[in-house]
Design a protein around this ligand. Structure first.
Ligand code: CP3
Length: 340
């Protein structure tokens, strides 16, 4: 029986060689991505083209043989599915029409939502049928707090002032938006799993912007609801939670949400990662800049992580997405070292 190393690690097995994949492994550091990207039209068009999105998903697998492929799409395709305007501008990132108050919250119509995101599930199906059994396919969504940040701020933000002001001053109104995102996320991940995703990951990239009370109410609780509902629909599908920047609140996040595994950013000390690993598998957490640096620094950082975490269920990854200016030779060196 061939079971992928990723699925084995997420099931709690300690492996001689940990499975390895990289956040944003399909992206601008790859010349073949840049080449396809240049003729794809807009980024949203690329995400909605099953043929091109499947190709881009497979590019890093062909080049490096990572243990997992992650669906090529974006967390902001959920707002798109909810009928919000979405575009990506070079140098500025995503741009959405900001939601100012309760009256601007979209209503989830399940049929319309599923139809709008159907091309992405078609990508999942294409990728799954192109992969061998040794390579797991990861589906994903943004967690509600992070997706809401883009919907409320209208794009990327420095301080999340509009998001947090709303959460503090009108929790009832804000909960309407968050409940909508919980429902949409469950529906979307259910569709991805039916199409062939074997693992799902919830990206809460801006969890660290929430102080304790907001973290509990708007990071932990919505994530716990998604995990509970997905576990009912698909009890065997592991869920990776990534509460980036959560620091010491990561432990409580793992316990209270019930995620299968914790993805850790580079700010989590390895002693803490090790303690977290006693409770569930961990994934992480090489600094993406160490990968840009390469050489002795990369080797030393990689070894530190391997030494600390190889004694338990572990998935090697970066602490955040690979940077566009990362040299290909450094990725090669990393793969060789982790597998060596
Ligand atoms: O990991 C993968 O290879 C799968 C694809 C993937 C993308 N975005 C492709 C992408 C995944 C999993 C994401 C998740 C995502 N998107 C997150 C969570 C993870 C994280 O990085 O914190 C967030 C916050 C977003 C929102 C987003 N998408 C921003 C802020 C930007 C602009 C910044 C940038 O890097 O350009 C994007 C665009 C984006 N998403 C690109 C890619 C490859 C670059 C766009 C391009 O190629 O033109």
């Amino acid at each position: 029986m061939t079971q992928s190393l990723l699925l084995r690690a997420l099931a709690g097995e300690t492996l001689d060689t940990p499975p390895l994949w990289m956040m944003r492994q399909a992206g601008r550091y790859l010349p073949e991505y840049r080449e396809l990207r240049a003729r794809a039209g807009s980024f949203v068009d690329l995400c909605l083209s099953p043929e091109m999105a499947a190709e881009v998903t497979l590019q890093p697998i062909r080049r490096y043989g990572f243990d997992a492929a992650i669906l090529f799409s974006d967390i902001l395709m959920v707002p798109y599915g909810l009928g919000r305007s979405l575009r990506f501008e070079e140098g500025r990132g995503p741009i959405l029409e900001p939601i100012k108050d309760r009256s601007g919250i979209p209503v989830l119509d399940p049929d319309t939502f599923i139809a709008r995101l159907a091309p992405i599930c078609e990508t999942v199906a294409r990728v799954r049928s192109a992969l061998g059994p040794e390579t797991a396919l990861i589906g994903f969504a943004g967690a509600p707090w992070t997706v809401a940040s883009y919907m409320v701020e209208g794009g990327s933000s420095q301080d999340f002032a509009a998001l947090k002001l709303w959460a503090y001053s009108d929790p009832d109104g804000f909960s309407v938006l968050m409940d909508t995102l919980v429902d949409a996320t469950v529906l979307y991940l259910d569709q991805q799993i039916r199409a062939g995703s074997q693992v799902v990951k919830l990206f809460d990239s801006w969890a660290g912007a929430a102080p304790e009370s907001l973290f509990e109410k708007w990071v932990v609780q919505p994530t716990a609801a998604i995990v509970r509902r997905l576990a009912t629909l698909h009890p065997d599908i592991p869920i990776i939670g990534f509460a980036r920047g959560a620091g010491v609140m990561t432990r409580g996040y793992g316990a209270a949400t019930g995620v299968t595994a914790l993805a850790l950013d580079s700010g989590i000390p390895l002693a803490m990662a090790c303690a977290l690993q006693a409770e569930r598998p961990v994934q992480g957490n090489l600094d993406p800049i160490a990968l840009v640096a390469g050489g002795d620094a990369l080797a030393a950082e990689t070894d530190r992580i391997l030494d600390a975490l190889s004694g338990g269920p572990f998935v090697f990854n970066l602490g955040h997405g690979i940077l566009p200016h990362t040299p290909l030779a450094h990725v090669e060196a990393l793969v060789a070292r982790v597998r060596g």
